[in-house]
Design a protein around this ligand. Sequence first.
Ligand code: URA
Length: 197
Amino acid sequence: MSKAKQNKLEDVSAAILANHVCPELAAQAMNLVMGDGNADADIVFIGEAPGKNEDEQGLPFVGASGKFLNDMLASAGLERSDVYITNIVKYRPPNNRDPSPQEKQAFWPYLAEQLEIIQPKVIVTLGRHSMEFFLPSARISEQHGQAVRVTIQHPDGKGREWLVVPLYHPAAALYNGSLRQTLIDDSMQVVSALNKY
Ligand code: URA
């Protein structure tokens, strides 16, 4: 792994702490959950916010959803160490409530910085909260598994072009078994999007 990129990602964590981002969430959380995987990855997965297990371990997607995310990766011939996994919001919201628009906005500069450092070829959004950032008018039921090239305004005011593949959240498959196969099939689309890049 590129040491330079890893060091820069560590600077982003330090900036979140130094800037006291979302102090109410921070006060109730055990850990800042920045990300896991490979800073040189071509694919970045972006979820919503850490849950209980993630908060305890300081790593994203290590609970039940994470187990299924690992299965999705395996079906696409990938391991966690091949990709980078993060969330929009980096602290666990109390009782796993949805992150608020203000919390998502507060963390956006840091997520944008993670993307600037990693420079992924493909961004995979997991669930509605993450998709809304990149494809605000898309409907997940119509767009899932399909790659779209979008220009997103970053906090410096400049547009960046990203190739985005929106997926349902892995937790959706835990509640709705019929989405399991959809998520597996869509994970393979992620690799196709990368191969066509
Ligand atoms: N759900 C998410 O969106 N992110 C995690 O890290 C865990 C569960």
